[in-house]
Design a protein around this ligand. Sequence first.
Ligand SMILES: C[S@@+](CC[C@H](N)C(=O)[O-])C[C@H]1O[C@@H](n2cnc3c(N)ncnc32)[C@H](O)[C@@H]1O
Length: 212
Amino acid sequence: MQLWDFAALTYYRVLDRFSGTLNALAIQTLELRPGEAVLDIGCGTGALIPALVEAVGPQGRVVAMDFSSKMVAVARKRSRRWPNVEVRQADACATDHGAGQFDAATALGAFSAMPDVPGAIANAAEALKPGGRLFVFDVRLAGKTRTTRFLRAAYRKIAGFSGADVVDELRNVFEQVEPIFKVEGETTAVVMARKVTDMARDSARTPSRPAG
Ligand SMILES: C[S@@+](CC[C@H](N)C(=O)[O-])C[C@H]1O[C@@H](n2cnc3c(N)ncnc32)[C@H](O)[C@@H]1O
């Protein structure tokens, strides 16, 4: 977590100025409508918040959350002029965001930086209403090439990457997981996951028992 506190106070303020294209893709893909409630998981400095507010309008609701107190401080400062934005400091792996409260959610570069990816994804699914959609952009380092091996080791060291494949974990929980576009070498995932019903997710999480 110290890494992200450090990032919030240093390079992230510069980096988040370049997130416009990705943010626009998230908004466009989610097709957010005025009045909807949206959750931004691992929101960092809150670079996506202004676009989310614009998309859901004054009747909508934006909840952004992050574990790092420094990231949260920047995101809160950035969003203080909007009464319908709440920035929470919490661990996405262990937090109940509020069952069935959200029409949509985003996780940009967030899940792979978390120690319990299945837990964080299950919590995201829990927070969505039936029909809810989740836009995910993340690294995907499951490959066995020299480059992915190197990136995996570096990411493990720097950001505590657990080795979990975000797309596989999404498929374990969500009924529909569609690539928005294919990325060469598959080191990056840009996907939309949809929660169709509650039942499919519950059965995905229930450990299967041996027959008989
Ligand atoms: C690569 S940054 C992405 C930030 C932001 N989504 C963006 O696109 O600029 C990853 C973020 O995940 C947050 N994070 C890491 N582990 C977390 C956890 N367990 N719960 C909530 N946030 C976490 C970090 O603090 C950091 O802000």
